[in-house]
Design a protein around this ligand. Structure first.
Ligand SMILES: [Zn+2]
Length: 149
């Protein structure tokens, strides 16, 4: 599948308030708006760009150091990210199942334009799973300098 066109969708949050990321107090006082563009999962084999209308709010907590903050969309997109969390999850899933150049080719067939390096970076962004409780530990054939203890 060759990507021929791109879909741009304008999106705005309808939540009446947002919480300050520093003090967590809710605010309904809108300071200003700005627009940012993020990539999203493809639709019908076409790249999707979301034009987000993002609001800035005043923090009305007098004890808070932050006076103005940008609304957060924590389950949808990170504050400074260039793609949505669901697109990142799709790229990570492709990267984990294929890795490298093969993954980039599969992603292109699924309508996700990305590079093998982006796949590798997104895999590296994943947290390392916890080792859990270690009951036995062994070290095999280790030496700083051969012939010395
Ligand atoms: Zn605050």
């Amino acid at each position: 599948m060759q990507i021929q066109e791109e879909i741009t969708i304008s999106v705005a949050s309808t939540r009446p308030c947002s919480r300050c990321p520093l003090c967590a107090q809710a605010s309904t006082s809108v300071h200003s708006h700005y627009s940012r563009t993020v990539r999203d999962v493809p639709c019908g084999g076409r790249n999707v760009r979301l034009r987000l209308a993002v609001r800035k709010f005043f923090c009305r907590n007098s004890a808070c150091q932050r006076k103005i903050f940008t609304e957060r969309l924590p389950t949808f997109v990170e504050p400074w990210a260039q793609m949505t969390l669901r697109l990142i999850a799709a790229i990570q899933a492709i990267g984990l199942s294929t890795s490298g150049r093969l993954g980039a080719r599969l992603a292109a067939h699924l309508g996700i334009s990305t590079s093998w390096m982006t796949l590798v970076r997104r895999i590296m962004d994943l947290p390392t799973p916890s080792a859990g409780l270690v009951t036995a530990l062994g070290i095999d054939d280790f030496s700083f300098r051969r012939g010395r203890r």
